[in-house]
Every structure is written in structure tokens, then in C-alpha cells.
Design a protein around this ligand. Structure first.
Ligand SMILES: NC(=O)C1=CN([C@@H]2O[C@H](COP(=O)(O)OP(=O)(O)OC[C@H]3O[C@@H](n4cnc5c(N)ncnc54)[C@H](O)[C@@H]3O)[C@@H](O)[C@H]2O)C=CC1
Ligand SMILES: O=C(O)C(=O)Cc1ccc(O)cc1
Length: 362
């Protein structure tokens, strides 16, 4: 008998998880979304095995129900789940970016529930952005509820194995504190930098000068506002703590700049650089998977098509391409985003073999 999984919410995460789980041929994925067009698209793109027309009916036959909806909708669905008839031993897992309110609610409702959060994603949303490899080498955080049995945890971990994600178990409180620091608060800051540019820049040319650094720092501000609204509302207390310590830090930074102490300023940057440079990259356990390759390329016409052509001839697919820095000297930095670490290593090898360009991983 195949394991029957109903995925509710067929966006970036629900779609990617469906694709990853279906690498296991023993897993049958039935997809449901509030938007019927999305369900049809998911089937057409072969993201799911089967379309669900009625959620209440589909969950009756499910072994596992995965909720991959915005976090406030997930809470509404947990309330709805009280009316579902599920098979004995069947359970619900979610993928939301916040855990405390969701796990607390599942406990209160006494639902068979495991809180889940794949620590990989993108600023893109929707079924078209779904990728089977999204979770490779990324952490998948699990927060068991009061009703979670060891057997259910094991079943879910086994089911996740083909996704190549690394499972870690923490409490919902620990989860929300850590993700506030490395994800939710940086999102607020990225959005605030964009607001500052939009409202405070006096010269209209300023936006056009926004170079690689500004774009890199603010990329996540392009994400889905509804999703981030819900995350912010559910993790408000942690975010307020983060804001308080950021304001203190900014007072210190202001003081540092005002004193004009060259050595202290250099030291501030130096300490930040040291910390940033030793952050683990995804293969060693970073929270997010990115497979960007930086290539120092000479600034002459046709160089981009030369690199992309080279990769195409080695059948290496490129997900994204950008130039992050335009400098006055002879070289620019071309950044290509690849589907997996394996592809990135292959890309590096073929660029080294066939060109003189330097490559590196940031
Ligand atoms: N986007 C990201 O990078 C990551 C997101 N997450 C979390 O995963 C969850 C899903 O996020 P995404 O896939 O990015 O969002 P998305 O916007 O790409 O997809 C959400 C899907 O849920 C559907 N939906 C909304 N209400 C529904 C309902 N009542 N019933 C059924 N379907 C419904 C929408 O139609 C949409 O297709 C969120 O809780 C988010 O916090 C977790 C990790 C990364
Ligand atoms: O695009 C990025 O780098 C992200 O930050 C993706 C992301 C968004 C939300 C999450 O809960 C986890 C990962």
C-alpha cells in the first residue's frame, strides 16, 4: 500500500514538497488548493499525482495531511480539522515559518499534529516556482506537539528522506526565537531599507545607482506580503525584542560614526566580516540553500552568452543570472544561480577547464 499524502496549499513550498516526496515511488500525493486553477496547474505540471476536489473528502483516506498555506490560514485549517474524519494513526504536519501559535493551537485542539518548517525557500511564490531540489541540504525543523507519537515522527522523517533535507527537532519557542533572528527580523530590515530608499532619497538618480550590495541586501523584500504579514503577526513578541536590541545597536553605530574614530570604525567592519565569513554554507548546515556561483568576467560584449553557452553545452541549467557589481576596472562579477550544489561544482569545473575566469562561492 502506498502512503497517501494530501498537500493543502500548492504554492512554492507545497509544490516543492510534493515533488520531493514523489521521488519516493511509494508515496502518492493528492493536491488541494483554495484556488482550483492552481490545482489544475499542479496536475498539468506533474507536481501532484491526483487533484483533490473536496478537502474534507480527501483527508478521509490520507495517512498524512501537509498544510502549506500562509500561517494564519494554517490556524484556520486546524480549526476546520476538528470536523475532519481521519484514519486511525493519520496525522497533520505544517510547513509554516512560525511555530509557537500553531503548535499551541494544535495542542489546545488535541489534534494529531507535528509542527514543521523547511528552512529553504525563496522570495518567489506560487506553483510555477516549485522545485524538487528546494530542500536539499537544508534544515527541516520539526516541533512535536503534545499528541505527536515517536512512530509518527519516524514515519514523517522516513517520508522526507528523498527530499535530502536535514531534520532537527526543537521546541516551538526555540524555533520562533531563532527564526526571528535569522529570518523574520532581517526581512523587516530589508523592507525598511527599501522604504528608506523610496521615501528619503532626494535625487531621482539614487535608485538607478542601487548596485549589487543594495540589491543583495534587499532581495527578500520582494517576497509575498501576505505570507510575511502573517509571520510578523504570529512572531510579534520576538520581533519586538529584536527591534529593541537593533535600536540599541544603531545607537552604538551612530556614536561610532559621530566620533570619526577610524580604527574603531574599521574594527566594527572587521568583526562583522569575520563573523559573516565563518557562517556555515548550506552544505555544512546553513539555514537556506543557495547555489550561487560568482565568476569574475572581463567586461566585453558577449561574455555572458559565452558563459551561459558553455554551461548549456554541459547540460547545466541556470535558474537565475545577474551582474552584482559594475566597476571601473576590467572585470565584473557575474552571479549564476544553479539548481544544486552538484551543478555548481560541475559549472566551476567546466569554467576552469575552458576559460581563464576565476570562480568563487560567497
Ligand atoms: N516562501 C518561502 O520561502 C517559505 C515559506 N514557508 C511557509 O510555507 C507556507 C507556504 O508558503 P509558500 O508556499 O511560499 O506560499 P505560496 O503563496 O507560494 O503558496 C500558498 C498557497 O496556499 C494556497 N492557499 C491559501 N489559502 C488556502 C486555503 N484556505 N486552503 C488551501 N489552499 C490555500 C494559495 O492559493 C497558494 O497556492 C507558509 O506558511 C510560509 O510561511 C516556509 C519556508 C519557506
Ligand atoms: O529567500 C530567502 O532567502 C528566504 O529567506 C526564504 C525563506 C522564507 C521564509 C522561511 O520561513 C524560510 C526561508
Amino acid at each position: 500500500m502506498k502512503t497517501s499524502v494530501v498537500v493543502v496549499g500548492l504554492g512554492l513550498i507545497g509544490g516543492s514538497l510534493s515533488l520531493a516526496l514523489r521521488r519516493n515511488t511509494e508515496c502518492h500525493v493528492i493536491g488541494y488548493d483554495v484556488d482550483a486553477n492552481t490545482v489544475r496547474t499542479a496536475r498539468r505540471l506533474d507536481v501532484i499525482d491526483e487533484m483533490a476536489y473536496s478537502l474534507a473528502r480527501s483527508v478521509r483516506e490520507a495517512d498524512i495531511v501537509i498544510l502549506a498555506t500562509p500561517v494564519n490560514t494554517t490556524k484556520e485549517l486546524l480549526q476546520e480539522a476538528l470536523k475532519w474524519t481521519m484514519k486511525p494513526g493519520a496525522f497533520i504536519v505544517d510547513t509554516g515559518s512560525t511555530k509557537k501559535e500553531i503548535v499551541d493551537l494544535a495542542n489546545e485542539l488535541e489534534l494529531p499534529f507535528i509542527g514543521g518548517h523547511p528552512m529553504a525557500g525563496s522570495h518567489k511564490s506560487g506553483i510555477e516556482a516549485a522545485r524538487a531540489h528546494l530542500f536539499e541540504n537544508a534544515y527541516f525543523v520539526l516541533c512535536p506537539s503534545n499528541q505527536t507519537s515517536n512512530e509518527q515522527l519516524e514515519t514523517f522523517q522516513k517520508l522526507l528522506a528523498p527530499s535530502k533535507a536535514k531534520v532537527v527537532k526543537v521546541t516551538a519557542e526555540e524555533h520562533d526565537e531563532m527564526t526571528a533572528t535569522v529570518s523574520h527580523f532581517p526581512h523587516l530590515i530589508a523592507s525598511s531599507l527599501v522604504h528608506q530608499l523610496a521615501t528619503k532619497a532626494k535625487n531621482p538618480l539614487t535608485k538607478r545607482l542601487a548596485a549589487g550590495g543594495f540589491r543583495d541586501t534587499t532581495r527578500i523584500a520582494s517576497a509575498n506580503p501576505v505570507m510575511w504579514r502573517d509571520i510578523t503577526l504570529q512572531n510579534r513578541d520576538q520581533l519586538l525584542d529584536q527591534l529593541d536590541s537593533w535600536l540599541d545597536e544603531m545607537q552604538n553605530v551612530r556614536q561610532l560614526v559621530a566620533t570619526g574614530d577610524a580604527a574603531a570604525i574599521e574594527n566594527y567592519y572587521l568583526e562583522a566580516k569575520r563573523e559573516r565569513d565563518i557562517l556555515p554554507i548550506h552544505t555544512q548546515g546553513a539555514l537556506y540553500s543557495t547555489f550561487d556561483l560568482y565568476i569574475d568576467v572581463p567586461d566585453y560584449p558577449g561574455v555572458i552568452s559565452e558563459v551561459t553557452g558553455l554551461l548549456a553545452s554541459h547540460k547545466i541549467s541556470i535558474l537565475n543570472i545577474r551582474i552584482i557589481e559594475t566597476r571601473d576596472d576590467l572585470f565584473g562579477i557575474l552571479v549564476i544561480s544553479l539548481q544544486s550544489d552538484e551543478d555548481r561544482v560541475r559549472a566551476m569545473e567546466c569554467i576552469h577547464q575552458e576559460t581563464t575566469y576565476e570562480t568563487y562561492i560567497a
